[in-house]
Design a binder for this molecule. Structure first.
Ligand code: IMP
Ligand code: MG
Length: 175
């Protein structure tokens, strides 16, 4: 596999979009408490950037980690929770922040899991959305960019744990 030379989204473009997403979230939860649930590992950079522009909410950050038994570019769809939240979310506004919505298996799993804990509100935010690949009926409330059916890396997203540190988002191609 080879990384594209040109980014699909460069750091500036990502930052502009993150700022406008943050503004929307801030308006929707103006002066309210908000628990931001960052889905490890892929969303760590996105969530870190996003919360720094959410100024008018009382923001609390926590993490979950899920695994889908997969490596490479295909996930198996069998999701297990490998790290749970450390805080309770009953009666709280909760925002799940994930890197990318692909088949929808991961986000559906998390919405069901966290929804069963009686939050006051539960919303979802993803940086990238590949609607073509969807197998589960789920849409995110906040979406950074819709993309075509291609594998992307950088800005937290990996291929076999590599490329997360890239400031831009790139596509990965077969040689
Ligand atoms: P889903 O459960 O099929 O929606 O997949 C979601 C997860 O698969 C994401 O949170 C990513 O961790 C991973 N994933 C899906 N597509 C990509 C991609 O293009 N690049 C990197 N990771 C991806
Ligand atoms: Mg992920």
């Amino acid at each position: 596999m080879k990384k594209s030379d040109e980014p699909l989204f460069n750091a500036k473009k990502i930052n502009n979009r993150v700022v406008s997403l943050s503004c929307k979230i801030e308006k929707d939860f103006y002066l309210e408490d908000l628990v931001v649930v960052c889905v490890l590992k892929g969303a760590f950079i996105f969530a870190a950037d996003l919360i720094r522009y959410i100024g008018f909410c009382e923001c609390i950050l926590d993490f979950v980690k899920i695994s889908s038994y997969g490596s490479g570019t295909e996930s198996s769809g069998n999701i297990i929770l490998t790290k749970d939240l450390e805080i309770g979310i009953r009666d709280k506004n909760v925002l799940i922040v994930d890197d990318i919505l692909d088949t929808g298996a991961s986000l559906s799993y998390l919405v069901n899991l966290l929804g069963s804990r009686d939050p006051k509100t539960l919303r979802t935010c993803v940086l990238l959305d590949k609607p073509e690949r969807r197998k589960h009926k789920i849409q995110a409330d906040y979406v950074g960019f819709e993309i075509e059916n291609q594998f992307v890396i950088g800005y937290g997203l990996d291929y076999n744990e590599k490329y997360r540190e890239l400031p831009g988002i790139y596509t990965l191609k077969e040689f």
